[in-house]
Design a protein around this ligand. Structure first.
Ligand SMILES: Nc1ncnc2c1ncn2[C@@H]1O[C@H](COP(=O)(O)OP(=O)(O)OP(=O)(O)O)[C@@H](O)[C@H]1O
Length: 865
């Protein structure tokens, strides 16, 4: 934290002033002797100068020139060290291949080079027995610690350095590596010690231990032998400990050991991956074509490659590498399931600790792969969890965020607000700073300085939460300058996702506290997604669909995708989860929604007939063979899959057939939950003509990405907030029943990952499309013919009914001077076009069209005919 000397002591200020004025006098005297023009200087020498306050000058309390010289030298040496390390790292990665595209912030080349250096010294001491006091010490230390295994020590350190350089992210957290290596060496050294007759120190002389497993081997084996007595028990235990170490180092769960062994054998003996079938597959463009897609946080701005920046980056790298080296040496108490970086909220050194803001735990172990039998004898395997790569490591504390704490504190000081910044929690795109107010300070005071905070931190998008839900503190959310990518893989590998085996679970992203947000789509039960262009809707839909493909078989979840923009979802064309080809024509989409209504009715009929209230219960009973069809029926019952309908642009549908689409959406959303049918409606235009009151009332879960106006935010969330989001996946998620939205950075899945997942799904099964989904309803056709020459009469009837808002057949009879039968038919046509509701006996029918919609309805009907 920066130190400020805001109030130097009186004596000190006096000394400074007097010494300054003396020097000023000297200076002015000398300048006068050189030039007579410097009037202000001569004035400062007058007697008045003592009455004038000296101009404030910064009190210098930084390091002196010698210290600065040393710092510069240190930085220079470190920069050269890193340059060499990065070059070596690049070489290592190019030899291995595969991990070449490693992110700069994930590289650990400095630490790797350090380990290489250690390996060289140990090799010189142990293998080549180079003489010298230091080398003698190294030799003694190595053989004293690990005994006979000492000659392997250089190789061990070299291997560790190689692994650190090769792909540090893949290795997992340093804590796990240390635990793994420690377990492995304890196991091996213990066994070596016992195998060499368990030598003991003689009269405090430990030389004898060098003929066994060294001090480590002696301690481990002696402890266990004391406890268990027999080496026949101890040796297998030590072997198990070593094996456990290998599993931890390689992040291999037990059930994957055979796979790993097979992979290793393939690798060693050069067998190709996969089965023979894969080899014989023809090479298609699909398989070889490298898809790049949009990069995360894409921006149209091109950055100038400045030399200064490079220097700064090198300096940052240096800091990071030094920290990492320290981390490597630090004692480790991490648990295996812990996230890579400590997620505890930052607490500035000099302020109170806030404690318990831990995000949900996150596991590094690969996702379990399920083999689920589809109906019939096909076995469908879900894609491997490893297809989805890891994202940026989470950093709970950064210098940039610390600097913002200082600026916030400064604003509070300047405006005399008795409040303290007590900590922050860093999310991937925004950080939430917590401010605790002194007694008697109004929350409004913080709200009042919102613009000043914006000014101080240089960001428009400052959002103030008062209070932070569940806390007595005001939250100030400020966008990070150093954003993190939230990879879908990480979200799906989180414990929250792994512990729930429901096929409709989707990885939404990460919240402001760095915790994973995972949601069950079946519980939403319908979701409205809105946001301006570029705000991240399509990316969200991609991660939603990929989540489902990763976790559900086509027997469990079927999808209908509506993509009027034509390009957003075509990656998924042909996946077996689709029930109909991706729909790009808005008119067909309206028909598909009508089909969904019919499907829903059918499912309801079944539920009612067999006496169930929810499709889950029905499915469970069918799987258990507990549902019997009526005697004489030849029907074979099978479980109903969930049906997920995804509409990527609702506005396009609402433009073509507003009434039909609204009717279907309302009907589906009102009833479909029990039938296992769920809607996801996305739109770029959250205006009231697209997201109508009826649709809103029936779609309870909302996800708002950045909107262009406060009004749009109100349409989606019924509250402001979305207009302050920073875009590119930054969203507010308001799940059903919640009153406060959660701020989420949406999960990101690359085009390449999508391609891999889709390829895996398509390879196993062809989609079985249903023809009737987008087929127009036959009843509509008959009525079209019905209108025939009566178009004028139909138009008059619509005008009459809508303008009077009175849906009565006898009124049509009287006003249009037609017979009862004709008036009845006209009323049927009006009902089929959504102008009036169904007949309610002798009562007049509901009129569903408002007078201001009259023209568009007439135009649509005339267009149809
Ligand atoms: N979760 C995310 N993480 C990182 N970057 C993201 C994320 N979501 C979106 N972006 C960035 O924002 C860009 C625009 O996102 P996207 O195409 O999803 O927006 P959109 O709202 O669908 O826009 P449009 O309506 O114009 O299609 C992406 O190309 C990507 O660079």
């Amino acid at each position: 934290m920066a130190t400020r000397t805001s109030s130097p002591t009186a004596s000190r200020s006096r000394t400074t002033t007097s010494s300054r004025s003396t020097s000023a006098k000297k200076k002015s005297a000398s300048s006068r002797s050189r030039s007579t023009k410097k009037k202000p200087a001569s004035r400062s020498t007058s007697g008045r100068s003592s009455a004038r306050r000296p101009a404030p000058r910064a009190v210098r309390n930084g390091p002196g020139p010698v210290a600065r010289g040393f710092t510069a030298l240190g930085r220079g040496v470190a920069a050269i060290w890193l340059a060499v390390a990065h070059a070596l790292g690049a070489l290592v990665r190019s030899i291995i291949g595969g991990a070449r595209d490693i992110e700069p912030e994930q590289r650990r080349d400095g630490a790797g080079l350090f380990l290489f250096g250690v390996a060289v010294i140990v090799a010189a001491a142990v293998w080549f027995e180079v003489p010298g006091g230091f080398m003698d010490f190294v030799r003694a230390a190595v053989s004293g610690t690990v005994g006979k295994i000492g000659w392997l020590a250089p190789l061990g350190v070299l291997l560790a350095g190689w692994r650190v350089m090769r792909d540090p992210v893949h290795n997992g957290p340093a804590g796990r590596q240390v635990i793994g290596w420690a377990a492995l060496s304890f196991g091996v050294l213990g066994i070596v010690h016992i195998a060499n007759g368990s030598p003991q120190p003689v009269d405090g002389d430990t030389m004898a231990l060098r003929d066994g497993g060294g001090a480590v081997g002696y301690v481990v084996s002696a402890l266990l032998l004391d406890l268990l007595r027999s080496s026949y028990v101890v040796v297998p235990l030590l072997a198990l400990l070593g094996f456990f170490g290998v599993l931890v180092i390689t992040a291999t769960p037990l059930y994957r050991v055979p796979d790993r062994l097979r992979d290793l054998a393939d690798h060693l003996f050069g067998h190709p991956h996969g089965g023979e079938g894969e080899q014989t597959q023809p090479i298609r463009l699909d398989d070889t074509f490298e898809r790049n897609g949009d990069p995360a946080y894409d921006t149209p701005l091109l950055e100038e490659p400045k030399r200064k920046r490079r220097k700064k980056a090198a300096a940052d790298d240096l800091d990071r590498d030094i920290n990492e080296s320290m981390e490597l040496l630090a004692p480790i108490d991490a648990d295996l399931d812990a996230p890579p970086a400590t997620p505890a909220p930052l607490v500035p050194e000099d302020v109170v600790e806030t404690g318990e803001l831990e995000p949900p735990p996150h596991s590094e172990i690969p996702q379990r792969v399920e083999q689920l039998a589809l109906s019939g004898d096909i076995v469908y395997s879900l894609p491997e969890g490893t297809v989805l790569k890891e994202g940026s490591p989470h950093r709970a504390r950064t210098k940039a965020s610390d600097a913002v704490v200082d600026r916030l504190t400064q604003v509070l000081d300047e405006f005399g607000i008795d409040a303290q910044v007590t900590g922050y929690t860093r999310g991937p795109t925004v950080t939430r700073y917590e401010i605790e107010l002194g007694t008697g300070v109004k929350v409004e005071k913080i709200l009042g300085v919102q613009r000043n905070i914006s000014y101080a931190v240089g960001s428009e998008d400052v959002r103030i939460l008062s209070p932070i839900p569940g806390k007595s503190a005001v939250g100030v959310e400020i966008p990070n300058v150093d954003k993190e990518i939230v990879s879908l893989g990480d979200v799906l590998r989180s414990n929250a996702a792994r512990n729930d085996h429901h096929p409709m679970v989707a990885g939404l992203g990460k919240d402001v506290e760095g915790g994973f947000v995972v949601a069950n789509m079946a519980k939403m039960p319908h979701l409205l997604v809105a946001g301006a262009t570029g705000s991240g809707k399509s990316s969200f839909i991609n991660s939603l669909i990929t989540s489902i493909l990763m976790r559900a078989t086509p027997d469990e979840v079927r999808m209908i995708m509506v993509d009027p923009k034509r390009v957003e979802l075509n990656n998924y064309e042909g996946v077996p989860h689709l029930i109909t080809p991706i729909i790009t024509n808005p008119k067909k989409a309206a028909e598909a929604l009508a089909w969904v209504c019919r499907e829903m009715d059918m499912r309801y009929d079944d539920l009612a007939n067999f006496g169930f209230r929810h499709i889950d219960d029905f499915n469970k009973a069918v799987r258990a063979g507990k549902v019997e069809v009526p005697a004489g029926s030849e029907r074979v019952l099978s479980p109903y899959p969930y049906l997920l309908v995804i509409v990527d642009e609702l506005a396009d549908l609402m433009m073509v057939a507003p009434r039909d689409v609204e009717d279907s959406v309302v009907r589906i959303t009102q009833l479909a939950r029990a039938a296992g049918i769920h809607l996801v409606l996305a739109t770029q235009r959250p205006s009231v003509d697209v997201v109508t009151g009826l649709i809103k009332a029936n779609v309870p879960s909302r996800l708002a990405f950045a909107t262009s106006s406060l009004a749009d935010s109100r349409v989606i969330l019924d509250q402001p907030g979305a207009e302050k989001l920073v875009g590119q996946g930054d969203g507010l998620f308001l799940p059903m029943g919640a009153s406060k939205p959660i701020r989420v950075q949406g999960s990101w899945v690359t085009e390449k990952e999508i391609h891999e997942v889709v390829k895996h799904c398509k390879q196993q099964l062809e989609p079985t499309y249903r023809e009737d989904v987008t087929a127009p309803q036959s009843s509509g056709k008959v009525l079209d013919d019905d209108i025939g020459d009566d178009m004028d009469l139909v138009v008059q009837a619509i005008e009459l009914v809508v303008s009077t808002q009175f849906g009565s057949t006898s009124m049509l009879q009287r006003k249009l001077r037609v017979g009862f039968a004709k008036a009845g038919r006209l009323m049927d046509i009006l009902e089929s076009r959504g102008v009036v509701g169904p007949s309610e006996g002798s009562k007049a029918r509901d009129v569903l069209v408002k007078p201001d919609e009259l023209d568009s309805v007439i135009a649509t009907i005339q267009g149809e005919a």
